[in-house]
Design a protein around this ligand. Structure first.
Ligand code: GDP
Ligand code: IMO
Ligand code: MG
Length: 431
């Protein structure tokens, strides 16, 4: 019983990459189980910054097996690009340390084009997607016409699926005024890229099953965040996959009983990229301070992130629906220097107070945050690695959050650097 699932507990970009990299020193295997290259996970190791989109963050540590599970949608051209880019920085990536599920689904160029055409067609209603083709690729998966990696060794199946997808996509493309899919070229490009990645493709569920027998430690790396979950997030302003911890089981092919410890990565304030409700969003000088100090620029798209105070209503709800056992509170240093720090503790809607986010998008947009203020701290916490060294007000802030959410903060991070991490309870020791 030695496996940890890391998920984002807000709208993504909570600092999952840094935590997965830090935890991976204790793991044997690191697994991505959903999403695709819409993710942008940043690791800073001895002043060198690595930005990963598809590859599990364990890849930078020698000797770790990294797995891309069946729940991921995979753009093979981006995969090859990311592998080459990391290799040029000295990271070893071979079929021995990177294995990809033969039942993961492909993202193809027309998925990306459709994503962008939809976003551009209605600026008023757009979702602010990453335009990577994630949504359209998952739609084709559910529509049962996708190409899965294991299909690539059978050219007839590939041709047949390209035909099927064209049948679905060409009318959409015609609506947007673009040419039908060039089936012959797509087919050739797919077969060409297959030759570059085929060594990595295998039934990874078997590898995971054997690892579980051998009591190896598995670290599951969630992408996006719980509030972007297709079922439980702020729908329709969500991503097209399930981001909650339960999906680690489905998206990799192991039983749910093997998900032993769920660590919710939680930013010490709140950010969001793209459209959608955000009750505690700030537009004043506090926004400027959070955005600037937190360097809140999207890793994947370079868009500025929206920023706001910590919303304990949302994180508490997320902790309850995803079974979070402990929290990792990240970017505490960004709150240095505030006179007062606010925490959203409930919502007002009409004359009523509620302690959850309503399901309808109209009500989600109407809720008003109700804040509790606590005193900020005047000395910097940046780089602190020991709980006892934190200023009293910072400890009080963390304890206030724990009480509101009902879950302990196990880990605190105080800079982007791998080692600037305070550990109160190590998830791998707890299992
Ligand atoms: P992810 O998508 O959850 O992996 O998060 P991102 O990498 O997209 O965004 C988190 C950003 O915060 C990255 O630039 C990290 O280097 C940075 N970061 C992580 N932890 C800390 C921290 O404790 N303090 C500060 N200042 N930055 C951090
Ligand atoms: P990481 O793993 C933050 C957001 C997009 C958009 C919505 C749908 O780095 O935390 P999509 O392209 O997935 O169809 O876009 O989801 N989004 C993210 N926001 N961090 C991410 O990943 C995200 N991945 C998708 O901005 O609002
Ligand atoms: Mg990110």
């Amino acid at each position: 019983m030695v496996n940890v699932v890391v998920i984002g507990s807000q709208w993504g970009d909570e600092g999952k990459g840094k935590l997965v990299d830090w935890l991976s020193s204790q793991a044997d295997i690191v697994v991505r189980f959903q999403g695709g290259h819409n993710a942008g996970h940043t690791l800073v190791i001895d002043d060198v910054t690595y930005k990963l989109s598809l590859l599990p963050s364990g890849i930078v540590r020698p000797g770790k097996l990294c797995i891309i599970g069946n729940g991921v949608v995979l753009d093979p051209w981006k995969l090859v690009e990311e592998i080459h880019s990391l290799q040029s920085e000295g990271v070893t990536i071979t079929p021995e340390n990177l294995k990809i599920s033969d039942t993961a689904t492909l993202i193809l160029p027309f998925h990306k084009e459709l994503d962008a055409m939809r976003e551009d067609s209605s600026p008023k209603n757009n979702l602010g997607t990453t335009r990577r083709g994630i949504g359209p690729a998952y739609e084709d998966k559910v529509g049962r016409r996708s190409i899965r990696l294991g299909d690539l060794k059978d050219p007839k199946t590939v041709k047949n699926r390209v035909d099927l997808m064209a049948l679905h996509h060409d009318p959409l493309r015609s609506y947007f005024g673009v040419n039908p899919i060039d089936k012959e070229n797509i087919y050739k490009d797919i077969m060409n890229i297959f030759s570059k990645i085929k060594g990595h493709i295998s039934p990874v569920w078997q590898e995971l099953r054997n690892s579980i027998y051998q009591k190896k430690k598995i670290l599951f790396e969630g992408a996006q965040g719980a509030l972007l979950d297709l079922d439980h997030g702020t729908y329709p302003y969500v991503t097209s996959s399930n981001t909650l911890a339960g999906y680690a089981s489905i998206g990799s092919g192991i039983g749910p009983q093997h998900l032993n410890y769920i660590l919710g990565i939680t930013k010490a304030y709140t950010t969001r990229v793209g459209s959608g409700p955000f009750p505690s969003e700030l537009f004043d000088k506090n926004f400027d301070q959070l955005a600037k100090r937190g360097n809140e620029i999207g890793t994947v798209t370079g868009r500025p992130r929206r920023c706001g105070w910590f919303d304990s209503v949302l994180v508490k709800q997320v902790a309850q629906i995803s079974g979070i056992k402990g929290l990792a509170l990240t970017k505490l240093d960004v709150l240095d220097g505030f006179d007062e720090i606010k925490i959203c503790i409930k919502y007002k809607i009409g004359n009523k107070f509620i302690d959850y986010i309503p399901s309808s998008i109209s009500e989600q947009s109407e809720v008003e945050p109700v804040y509790e203020s606590i005193r900020g701290w005047k000395t910097s916490v940046r780089g602190i690695r020991n709980w006892l060294d934190l200023p009293r007000e910072a400890k009080e802030y963390i304890q206030f959050l724990e009480k509101q959410i009902g879950v302990d903060v196990d880990i605190i991070t105080t800079s982007p650097e791998r080692e600037d991490t305070i550990v109160k309870r190590n998830p791998f020791d707890e299992i």
